[in-house]
Design a protein around this ligand. Structure first.
Ligand code: F6R
Length: 614
């Protein structure tokens, strides 16, 4: 939540900040703001709404300055208005600060500062921090770096911050705890950002700042990395692998559509190098070191949120079905607070696209304390969850920018399928030839997705037009198709704001069937599996009540063709892999319905891509 960007060097900061904020807008778009320093004066411009609104407001202002910070906000404390937008200035106006995270003890600090005469203009926790820095600097008569460091020792909670003072025009400071922060190192210039996207076109040299670390960046090209306890650290400078094309729309109208179409490649990239069909082997280098412990564990507990939780549910089905290992799936937010019985016999698999989700991270920390082995399945390289894990696998889906997760989900499922097969291979629950069959089929998935994209997109556009005004949708499936149904419903509600429920198809008669009338679209996932006949019976129950059946079925399924109003055909595959194929039409359906309704697909209301608050 919230994107931050900072610059110090010899270029104009404003264009760098605005471009960076546009790339970070997936993290929040309630308000945006920038502050630049020029000739001892700070220009502070902020606006409610998106970065484009900020640009409009800034068009007639002087925006000069080669030191600056910028912020795009996902509101936590206080409504999304101009006053609460970042940057926030100190009482004197000398210091400005941007912040991603939550200062939990802000109320206590605020009341102390208020009693000392500080007047707060906003409802934010961030303003408290900038005032505290000013108060400390006044008392200690120290430089801004020391004041920031001392202030950070007084706050609890999470933060990634960038801050500067007009009294020290050649210094920019960044710090983090719990929220991501990257330092980009150029030729006598530095960049700070929540992720690598604002930095990539200027430099490939980056340092991932760790928790409780801060950087003091000087305009002359010198910098210092230290802990907030004032211990100097040696920066580990890494080379970014990210390519600029990967974070641009590449001719598509929306990132979401681009990412839906990227799935043949993202799945190929996720699987590449991990599969040895000839020998029926799976190579997951990240897990090998812990092979014994994983194979001898009592239980695998999967923790995740949202779409990643749906991938986790599929992983439970796959690992239990193929590898006969004991799996539980938990919402990270529930798991961490419900005092679960766990110990060193248990393995935690944390699934996260961003690698920054606060609840998932906190669940990991809690399980670590109980001695569990932590495996991370994440997409963003260098993010907090992989760094907090003992081992794991990256999903290699490439940057996912659309707020609704698409390609990250199918890559997660592909990698988790490999994890299931790897455990099966090690435990001997599947024969070599069966593993070879599964791997062969996995390798065919990218081309099958290409077929679905080319054969169904125009049909789905027409279906979207027909149902764009529906107020509710049901998504039903059995077995492996149940988690896929949940994911289909989530996609629709998050980007089109239509209420949608996913259910196990057989559960429908225990309640949701009461909702069915001739206006209710019901999306059935009916692939050729052992559950086909049973699911068909459920389709009949809906059709008998005049529900509008939209079926995702295998090519040539004559039975469903006679019952459903629309049949979207997908190729056949292994049961365990069918959710990947079924997800493609579900993603397209939600995308085109949202477009028909005029919704902002890439930036749905109230959402943010990276949920770094509890
Ligand atoms: C839905 C979506 C969210 C995320 C959830 C977890 O499309 O994107 O439900 O899946 O916020 O995020 P990660 O995977 O980054 O931990």
């Amino acid at each position: 939540m919230c994107g931050i960007v900072g610059y110090i060097g010899s270029r104009e900061a404003y264009p760098i900040l605005i471009k960076g904020l546009k790339r970070l807008e997936y993290r929040g778009y309630d308000s945006a703001g920038v502050a630049m320093l020029q000739d001892g004066n700070i220009t502070l411009i902020k606006e409610k709404g998106k970065v484009s609104d900020l640009e409009g407001l800034a068009s007639s202002s002087n925006k000069s300055g080669s030191l600056g910070i910028g912020h795009t906000r996902w509101a936590t404390h206080g409504p999304p208005n101009q006053v609460n937008a970042h940057p926030h200035a100190s009482q004197s106006g000398d210091i400005v600060l941007i912040h991603n995270g939550i200062i939990e003890n802000y109320a206590t600090i605020k009341s102390v500062l208020t009693s000392k005469g500080y007047i707060f203009r906003s409802d934010t926790d961030t303003e408290v921090l900038v005032m505290l820095i000013e108060e400390i600097q006044k008392n200690e008569k120290c430089d801004i770096a020391k004041a920031v460091r001392l202030a950070l020792n007084e706050v609890t909670g999470a933060y990634a911050i960038a801050v500067f003072s007009k009294k020290e025009p050649d210094v920019l400071i960044g710090a983090r705890k719990g929220s991501p922060l990257i330092l980009g190192i150029g030729e006598k210039e530095f960049f700070l950002a929540s992720d690598a996207s604002p930095v990539i076109e200027y430099t490939k040299k980056v340092v991932y700042i760790n928790d409780e670390e801060m950087v003091v960046l000087q305009r002359n090209g010198e910098f210092e990395l230290k802990t907030i306890q004032n211990e100097r650290k040696t920066p580990y400078i890494q080379e970014l692998e990210l390519k600029l094309e990967a974070i641009e729309k590449g001719g598509y109208e929306h990132f979401m559509l681009k990412e839906i179409h990227e799935q043949p490649k993202s799945i190929y990239d996720s699987v590449r190098g991990r599969v040895d069909i000839e020998n029926g082997k799976i190579k997951l280098g990240g897990l090998e070191e812990y092979e014994n412990r994983i194979m001898n564990s009592r239980r695998i507990i999967i923790v995740a949120c949202g779409t990643s939780w749906h991938a986790g549910l599929l992983a439970e089905y796959m690992i239990e079905d193929l590898a006969r290992a004991n799996v539980e799936v938990e919402y990270a937010s529930e798991f961490r607070y419900r005092n679960p019985v766990i110990d060193k016999e248990d393995i935690i698999i944390a699934i996260s696209q961003s690698g920054e989700t606060a609840d998932t991270l906190a669940a990991i920390e809690m399980a670590k304390k109980q001695g569990c082995l932590i495996l991370g399945i994440c997409n963003v390289v260098g993010s907090s969850i992989p760094r907090a894990s003992d081992a794991g696998c990256y999903t290699h889906a490439g940057p996912e920018i659309g707020v609704a997760s698409t390609k990250a989900f199918t890559s997660q499922v592909s990698v988790l399928f490999l994890v299931a097969l790897w455990i099966a291979e090690n435990k001997g629950t599947l024969s070599k030839s069966r593993i070879q069959e599964y791997l062969t089929e996995l390798e065919l998935i990218p081309s099958k997705i290409e077929t679905i994209l080319s054969e169904t997109e125009s049909q789905i556009k027409a279906i979207a037009k027909e149902y764009k005004d529906a107020s509710n949708f049901l998504y039903l499936g059995r077995g492996y198709n149940f988690p896929a149904a949940l994911e289909g419903a989530l996609k629709l509600k998050e980007i089109s704001y239509i209420h949608a429920e996913g259910y196990p198809a057989a559960e429908m008669k225990h309640g949701p069937i009461a909702l069915i009338d001739d206006e209710m679209p019901v999306v059935f996932l009916v692939n050729n599996s052992s559950a086909h006949e049973k699911t068909i019976s459920n389709v009949q129950e809906v059709a008998a009540r005049k529900g509008q059946v939209i079926a995702i079925a295998n090519k040539g399924d004559k039975v469903i063709a006679g019952m459903a109003k629309h049949v979207i055909e997908i190729p056949e595959t292994e049961d365990a892999l069918s959710p990947i194929l079924a997800s493609i039409p579900l993603q397209l359906l939600s995308y085109y319905i949202a477009i028909e309704r005029g919704c902002n697909v890439d930036q749905p209301r109230n959402l943010a891509k990276s949920v770094t608050v509890e």
